[in-house]
Design a protein around this ligand. Structure first.
Ligand code: PMP
Length: 382
């Protein structure tokens, strides 16, 4: 008998992001990667070395090291001006581990989970694997919420609604007014908000994106150090949720992973104690300039419409006048040797777009956008 993946796995495949990245050649300019190019901040590195030297190489508790949880609790307390306790935090293997932990613990067959129609594919896939139904809610052409559509999708089977602000792949941020409206809906209709805040420190305006945790207790926050500290490989994420919701997730964390890496947990202390503040400020200022540049360049290409990014490091132009997202991304790869991500990776509605990451060296970004312009300007003849 050949060993086959269980039936719930049918239709589940490596993401289009990974598939596209696999096509990159050595000399391809890669605008497809979801991480900062910077090396790890020195303070985080130092803490990692310290962990090895002081023997912090054993299991931590399933919930994660108390020291780090206290620091995470303090970070969210300060962000929301309300007390969050270390008991409400679980350290996970990246934000992805946090998402798996939540959905694995709470989603039952036939539960529904509302997901933005353009979204990071992981929410959908994990929900599917639990036998739950992911229901997309509409975003308008500027990627704002369509509350009429959302209301029409709320029913007694809805357990969760996912938001991700700043957003992958659109780079947009939900307004405080909209987040407050969603929190009211969660109260009224008895569901919980999963707030994926992995990009929350990378915003270009004056105000930090508003977290629903600041106005509601019906929230499970997903966050981590991957993006803010250029630390995708350390695999440190976390959840923040009321204590009674956290309890079963600690059990799940035990059976899924025992605990996140103790060395990485120790290193992560330096990403939250203020030692990385200047690093994050520098990264943000840099991304803001690059995001504005990419926006200005793309806006002037005939046939493209584009929304200005407000955070994260992605821009998501509408290229639908040229073809489907996969055709366009493949042709840009073939003709210009630039790797972008077809928007279909983020759901069907994303098929009008491609995602470009502008977290690359400025000279490279300029060259990439020039080549994309040339390719699109000569579209009919190539
Ligand atoms: N949420 C979003 C929206 C992401 O883009 C990513 C990573 N690309 C994650 C969660 C997972 O992050 P981590 O590396 O911490 O698992």
């Amino acid at each position: 008998m050949s060993l086959k993946a269980k039936s719930s796995f049918s239709g589940v495949d490596i993401s289009e992001i990974r598939k596209m990245n696999a096509l990159a050649r050595k000399d391809t300019i890669n605008l497809g990667i979801g991480q900062l190019p910077d090396s790890l901040p020195q303070a985080v590195k130092q803490k990692g070395f310290e962990a090895f030297e002081s023997g912090q190489t054993r299991y931590t508790s399933n919930q994660g090291s108390l020291l780090l949880r206290e620091q995470i609790a303090l970070y969210h307390s300060e962000k929301c001006h309300k007390e969050i306790k270390a008991e409400e935090v679980i350290i996970t293997n990246g934000a992805e581990g946090a998402l798996w932990n939540i959905l694995f613990t709470f989603l039952e067959r036939d539960d529904q989970i509302l997901i933005p129609e353009i979204a990071f594919s992981v929410y959908n896939t994990i929900a599917d694997l639990q036998g739950a139904k992911a229901v997309p809610y509409r975003q308008d052409s500027e990627f704002s919420l369509d509350f009429d559509d959302l209301m029409s999708k709320i029913n007694s089977k809805v357990k969760f609604l996912v938001i991700n602000s700043p957003n992958n792949p659109t780079g947009t941020i939900l307004s405080e007014v909209d987040v407050r409206k969603l929190s009211d809906l969660a109260d009224e209709h008895d569901f919980y908000i999963i707030s994926d805040e992995i990009y929350s420190e990378l915003y270009f305006g004056n105000d930090r994106p508003f977290s629903p945790l600041c106005c509601s207790d019906r929230v499970l926050v997903v966050d981590g150090i991957s993006k803010r500290a250029a630390a995708t490989g350390l695999r440190i994420g976390w959840t923040v949720a009321p204590e009674e919701i956290t309890k079963p997730m600690i059990v799940a964390n035990q059976y899924i992973t025992t605990c996140a890496s103790s060395v990485s947990q120790h290193a992560a202390l330096a990403s939250l104690d203020g030692s990385c503040d200047s690093f994050v400020e520098q990264v943000k200022a840099d991304l803001k300039v690059k995001g504005e540049y990419a926006y200005r360049q793309l806006k002037t290409i005939d046939g493209i419409s584009v929304v200005k990014p407000e955070g994260a490091f992605y821009i998501f132009p509408d290229i639908s006048t040229f073809g489907t997202s996969k055709d366009v991304a493949l042709k840009i790869l073939e003709k210009a040797n630039i790797l972008t991500i077809p928007g279909i990776a983020f759901g069907e509605r994303g098929d009008r777009h491609i995602r470009l990451s502008f977290a690359v060296d400025f000279v490279i970004l300029k060259e990439a956008l020039n080549r994309i312009r040339q390719t699109l300007d000569n579209w009919e003849s190539i």
